[in-house]
Write a protein that binds this ligand. Structure first.
Ligand SMILES: *Cc1c(COP(=O)(O)O)cnc(C)c1O
Length: 452
């Protein structure tokens, strides 16, 4: 028995093997030692089970593979062929080239993040997005935090701590990923004052709430669901007017926060940030990485006096946006300012693709692969953005022997490929595949099909 174990090389012997020196150089001593120990432990187990021990070279290969596997970056790009444009699990909006360049230049050097170059003194980090946000939305002031969930929490903590906040029961929404309006309200210190019913809320309900002491009106976008049938809600302008007459603020969590008219993209009209402000909302919050097409961020725009109050709250410090986010946001907003958003911001470029263009693209793919068929389907916005809003598309459809095995095989590609399953076929929607990923997508598909 002992003699078999003696076949196992010692840790020291392996560590001093010249064949491993490039790995020592690349991965460092500690990781290498750990990999050697792990592999030798596995070898010992194999022997205990009565299986032949791998030879010395095989053991070295196992160690090398382990080191390579363990040091692959865990967060990596994927090819989104699912047709879901704002897929929260896939990182929502891809950034524009300008935004990526801005991140690169700010990340690789010091920056004027909080330094006023004019005065040679301390400055504010929000200037890099605030003025642009004001220009684009018509707001008096703006603030940027880490994400929209944080923005809502901060706004309520700053404006409604221990105060009653009126909100319609139809807007007590859960966005997913644990964001529930009632919970966020409670955590912020605000007192939830529910009004109306699930399907109907009237101006009179807001009126009563204010009479019963509500000191803020909160509105939340029904981002990921829709109530149909016998429904009713007052006009936004009526609500804000009532609140103004009673000298209490209105806050609107817009969720997606479109700056452009979505009907120009073949979607239904979506209340824009500008329209919400024009309707008299005092503070509007929205995400940076949904329809805006920028980095993850929570954008807060509205009345200067209220924004100043929000800015002073200690949560602002805890939730502040980092320089990479601000760099990307600045570049994204500049594209809007220059009227180039539609061409330059990937999510808007995707939305702009016509059904004919997409059909032609899917047909090219089919020709290049010599496999599959081209079928009509629907791309969805997703990301808790516009409920059930879909746009017509054309997809390449493949019918592998086993859908689950083939999908799994595609997920193991580098970059991984995410398709969608429909009618027992795997569909690849050209709308969400980025132009620079097309070549590698086809290579992987070709390879995977040849192994079928
Ligand atoms: C998406 C969404 C949020 C959460 O925004 P994050 O930027 O993901 O934190 C909050 N409220 C509404 C209405 C949303 O649609």
């Amino acid at each position: 028995m002992m003699s078999i174990y003696r076949q196992i090389p010692s840790v020291d012997k392996i560590l001093s093997d010249q064949n491993l020196s490039p790995f020592l150089e690349e991965h460092g001593h500690a990781l290498l030692v750990e990999a050697v120990r792990d592999v030798l432990r596995e070898v010992r187990k194999t022997i205990e089970m009565g299986i032949d021990s791998p030879n010395y070279d095989q053991i070295l290969d196992k160690i090398k593979n382990k080191l390579i596997q363990e040091t692959i970056p865990s967060l990596k790009p994927v090819i989104n062929a699912s047709g879901v444009m704002l897929h929260t699990n896939l990182g929502r909006a891809p950034l524009s080239n300008d935004a990526i360049a801005a991140i690169h230049s700010v990340a690789s050097a010091y920056s004027n993040l909080e330094y006023d170059l004019e005065k040679g003194a301390r400055g504010k980090r929000d200037v890099h997005a605030a003025d642009l946000l004001c220009q684009l939305t018509g707001a008096e002031a703006a603030l940027v935090v880490n994400n929209n969930a944080g923005a809502v929490m901060l706004i309520l903590a700053a404006l409604a701590n221990r105060k009653k906040v009126a909100i319609s029961r139809s807007q007590l929404v859960e966005i997913g990923g644990g964001f529930r309006i009632p919970e966020v309200m409670r955590l912020s210190g605000a007192k939830l004052h529910e009004i109306g019913t699930t399907n109907r809320t009237h101006l009179e309900d807001y009126h009563s709430a204010i009479e019963e002491g509500a000191s803020l009106v909160l509105l939340a976008h029904q981002s990921n669901f829709r109530i149909l049938g016998f429904t009713s809600a007052p006009d936004l302008a009526e609500i804000t007017q009532l609140a103004r007459e009673n000298e209490i603020p209105t806050v609107f969590d817009l969720g997606s926060g479109a700056l452009l008219a979505m009907e120009d993209f073949g979607l239904e009209h979506e209340l824009t940030v500008q329209e919400a402000l024009l309707a008299g909302v005092d503070v509007v919050s929205f995400s940076g990485d949904k329809l805006l097409g920028g980095p993850q961020a929570g954008l807060i725009v509205g009345k200067a006096e209220l924004i100043a109050k929000i800015r002073k709250h200690p949560f602002y410090r805890a939730l502040r946006a980092d320089k990479l986010c601000l760099a990307a946001l600045n570049a994204t907003l500049l594209a809007y300012l220059k009227g180039k958003a539609r061409q330059q911001i990937p999510i808007l470029a995707m939305l702009s693709k016509t059904s004919q263009e997409l059909k032609a693209k899917a047909e090219t793919w089919q020709k290049q692969l010599g496999a599959g068929s081209v079928v009509p389907s629907l791309s969805t916005i997703g990301g808790g953005s516009l409920p059930e809003q879909e746009v017509a598309t054309w997809c390449l459809a493949l019918k592998p022997k086993s859908l689950s095995r083939f999908s799994r095989r595609l997920r193991q590609c580098d970059p991984a490929i995410i398709a969608k399953t429909e009618n027992n076929q795997l569909l690849f929607d050209p709308r969400t595949v980025l132009p620079e990923q097309e070549g590698v997508l086809l290579e992987h598909l070709n390879q995977a099909l040849s192994e079928e």
